[in-house]
Structures are given as C-alpha cells and as structure tokens.
Design a binder for this molecule. Sequence first.
Ligand SMILES: [Zn+2]
Length: 153
Amino acid sequence: MRCPYCHVDGKDRVIDSRPVEDGHAIRRRRVCENCSRRYTTYERIEETVRLQVVKKDGTRVPFDRNKLLAGVQKACYKRPVPGEKVAKIVDAVEEEISRTGQREVESRLIGEIVIGASAYLGTLLVFFSKRVAGIKGFVQQTARLRGVSGARA
Ligand SMILES: [Zn+2]
C-alpha cells in the first residue's frame, strides 16, 4: 500500500484485521513504518455475476459447487474415485461454463454431466474435452436463442 500521508510505497504493516459487514469484508488497520501514521483498508470479494441454474420448472437458483460435487460423488459411489479427481471434474465444468460468460445453465445439463462423469470414469480426460465442448456449444446456443449478445464477464 502507498501511505496516504507520506506517499511512500510498501512500508505498511497490518496491525489489526477483523471481519466487518457481516463477514463480507475485512477491515485492516495499517501503520506506515515511514511516518508512523495509521490508516484503514477494506478488502472485499469482487462482485461477479453468479451463475444461475435453470431448473425444470423454470425457476433459477444460484449455481452451487458443493451440490455438483456431491452429485458427481454420488454418481461415482460404486467405484473408488479419489476426491481430487471428482474435484477436477467439477473444476473443469465450472471453469468452462464461466469462461463462456453466460449467466445461466440448465439443471438438466448438469445432470447429464454427472451421469457422464460416472460412465466415463475410465477415460476422464477424453470425457473432459468432449463434455466441455458440448457444454460450450449448448451454452452458446442457449444464448443465441435468448438473443443474448456476446460474452459478458
Ligand atoms: Zn507514511
């Protein structure tokens, strides 16, 4: 941090930090080791658009990574799948959906992904690339149908 008083860079030291705003931000008291004055900074999570999942009845719920994780685990329960592999499937799916910049994905598709994960466990990498390409196409197609233009971050 650049000190707001003496404008010297990187001489600050955090002397206190506590959650504020119901845990949505962290307030830090800093002291400048150059001029010894104190100031406060706030750290917040960047406001990004949360991915929405469109359910069968048309209602929308926020995308829940833990639900997807649990679903993949459930689908894989008969085979010993390391937790890290399950997490990687979820990562790849999540990343690819968010990279398209779309805000919505149908729950049906997520269900297919889960079933696919179970079926293709032997060839996870192949599964990744195929399914991920599929998701991309699907999301883009959905966007076109709805008249959404371009990707929004
Ligand atoms: Zn200073």
